[in-house]
Structure formats: structure tokens, C-alpha cells
Design a protein around this ligand. Sequence first.
Ligand code: ARG
Length: 263
Amino acid sequence: MKKGFLALCIAGLAAFSAACGADVNEGGSSSSGSEDDKVIVMGTSADYFPYEFVDTANGDEIVGFDIDIAKQVAENMGYELKIEDMDFGSLLGALNAGRVDFVMAGMTPTEERKENADFSDIYFTAKNLILSKGDAIQSLEDLNGKQVGVQLGSIQEGIAKDQIDGAEIVALNKIPEIIQEIKTGRIDAMVIEDTVAKKYLDQDSELSTFEIVDEEEAGSAAAFRKDDELRNQFNEELNKLIESGEIEKLAQKWFEEEAAPAE
Ligand code: ARG
């Protein structure tokens, strides 16, 4: 703080008092800040219905399964939840740069990610599918020489590289973009989680799918900076919600709901 500015604050000029008192972290990453600053910032990638998506019918609010869990856990920990939306591939960087306090984005705790972040327990599991337009693609072999879309930085990118021979992998930032590329025929197929694919399959009868066999289930967990005590507090509250059946209830609410909003 500059000396002159400090003097103004001391003089108690009303117009400046708020600025003097403001925590530099206000509105930003704050759990490591002062005790009474009870905002916690979660990073997410709101392109992942029904985990997290922008509810265009309701003032562009970000809602979904992860958001409900995060709100509940944050409230039980005595924090107000603030959400920062960004590309999936930027989330762990933002976490480690201190721009967000934790990440929830249907994120799978892989060994590679565990080198840069600590994860909560897994709160939900899903499987991966191949989604394409029409019925020409029925097996991984059919993808030889084809273009396969994946979300940049996702485990689906790794699955596509490891399991599909001879395909060109096209990594894009947002899931709806990849769906659009398939619908318009610019790319041939994508690797996508079953729970996320459901909405698109329900809405467009031209899209078809098959499960990738021998694939491990992909679980979702919340990510924290390494050795951050917040992880333990969060995990404790998360486990209470798992044990009380609250997470199961939320899973029913979000994953078994029939009417998904259109893009
Ligand atoms: N489970 C996958 C992963 O961890 C994909 C998650 C994508 N999440 C999202 N919000 N777009 O890589």
C-alpha cells in the first residue's frame, strides 16, 4: 500500500474506508486468507451436463450435480461458495496458481493428476462410450483413419490415444463444440462419458453409441492443492453426505432426470 493511500485511510475518509479494509483476496481465492473471510472458490468447466452446466433458462446460473454437492459441503464447512468457470484443461493450473481453492468438474483422480493435486474420495463413477453420427461406426477398429474428438486435457483424450489405432485425435475445449462437429460431419466420433452422452443421445436419434470394453470406470472427485488441509475438511463433510444418502439423492435428481435442457 502506498504511503499517501495509507494516510487517507487513517484519516478515515468514508469513500476510502472500504478499499482499506478489503482483503486482496476478496472475490478471489480466499480459503487461505483471513478466518472471517468465508468465501470459498471452486473452479469448474460448465460444459458437462448434468455435472455442471449453464442454465440458460434461469439467468445463466451454473447448476448441476457437482454444484449441489459443492454448495452443500461449503455450507456445512461454513463457507459461501463462489464458482469460476473455465476450460477443463485450465483447471489444475488455476488451482495451483491459487486462483481457485478447489476444483469440481466431474474430474477423475488419475495418477498423473495426483502428482499435482490431492483428491477427495470418489463420489460418483461412470463409463466411457464412443458416440458418432449414423451407424457406420460400430467398433474401435471402425475408427481407423477417422477423426475422433475429445475434450482437451480430459481422460477421454488419453483413452482415445491409447485405445484407438490409426485415428486422428481432435482435442477441443468444450463438449458441446465436439458434439456440434459430429453433427455437422466435420469429425467422425468422440469419446465421452455415458452419463454426459445421455442427453445428446436422447435429443438426436441420428447419434449412436457403443461402450468401450475393458475400460476402467472413471470416478469423479474434488481436487485440492497438494497438502492443503482444506482437502481433509472437505472430504470429511463429503463422506457425511455419502453416508447419509444425500449424494445418492442428488445423483437421482441429476442423472435420472428425463428432461434435459437443450443447448
Ligand atoms: N472425467 C473426465 C476427466 O476427468 C472428464 C471430465 C470433464 N469435465 C468437464 N467438466 N468438462 O478427465
